[in-house]
Design a protein around this ligand. Structure first.
Ligand SMILES: NC(=O)c1ccc[n+]([C@@H]2O[C@H](COP(=O)([O-])OP(=O)(O)OC[C@H]3O[C@@H](n4cnc5c(N)ncnc54)[C@H](OP(=O)(O)O)[C@@H]3O)[C@@H](O)[C@H]2O)c1
Length: 180
């Protein structure tokens, strides 16, 4: 997925302009949320950290090393309201269980924002895929099952011979490095 940087415009198929070009991390006080925020902050994409506790969000912002903007929202419903109101360019959802959070958050993203989650269960992934047509109509991308250890994602990766070769290379290099 391409993340646009400050200054870029984002426009959906319906002609709607995203109100911001921000990348939001929902659940930014959690283990994965913090890691995602730190990885983004290490690039030229400045994340916006969204969570339900102001103090822990500030800590997460500091540990991401970015002094990132934070948004306090007491519940998933409040986060959804903020997504609808502020319309970030990309929403990364790290709040499980994804069977509960994926569809409502992804629906709030359309038509203005792209969406990514880490769902690792078939119910959540299937439900998200049910929004395919709506996302296509809006010109937005919905990604489910990001990360590692997700059977659906790894099955797709494993079917591609070029990716399989690259992974085998990577594994071999990791093993050799460990033995040094
Ligand atoms: N696909 C992958 O590779 C992968 C990898 C790791 C994890 N996961 C999945 O990702 C999810 C998160 O894992 P994690 O280890 O990061 O969990 P975690 O450390 O417990 O973090 C969960 C985050 O979600 C927030 N949250 C939980 N319930 C909420 C609610 N009702 N309303 C608002 N915020 C809520 C928490 O906020 P507070 O801090 O306020 O509690 C926290 O920020 C899990 O479902 C896990 O299975 C997937």
């Amino acid at each position: 997925m391409t993340c646009r940087r400050a200054g870029d415009a984002t426009t959906g198929n319906d002609g709607s302009d995203a109100m911001t070009n921000e990348v939001w991390v929902l659940g930014a006080t959690g283990r994965t949320g913090r890691a995602v925020a730190a990885r983004l902050a290490a690039t030229d994409v400045s994340p916006v950290l969204v969570g339900r506790d102001a103090t822990r969000l500030t800590e997460a912002s500091k540990s991401a090393g970015s002094g990132a903007r934070t948004i306090v929202a007491a519940s998933v419903a409040s986060m959804i309201a903020e997504v609808r109101r502020q319309r970030p360019a990309v929403v990364i959802n790290t709040i499980g269980p994804f069977a509960d959070t994926a569809v409502p958050i992804a629906q709030a993203c359309l038509p203005g924002s792209h969406y990514v989650d880490l769902a690792n269960d078939v119910i959540a992934a299937s439900a998200l895929l049910g929004l395919h047509e709506e996302a296509v109509a809006a010109g937005r991308i919905l990604v489910t099952g990001a990360g590692f250890g997700v059977l659906a994602t790894e099955s797709v990766v494993a079917r591609d011979p070029e990716t399989r070769r690259a992974l085998a290379d990577f594994e071999l290099r990791s093993i050799l490095q460990e033995r040094r």
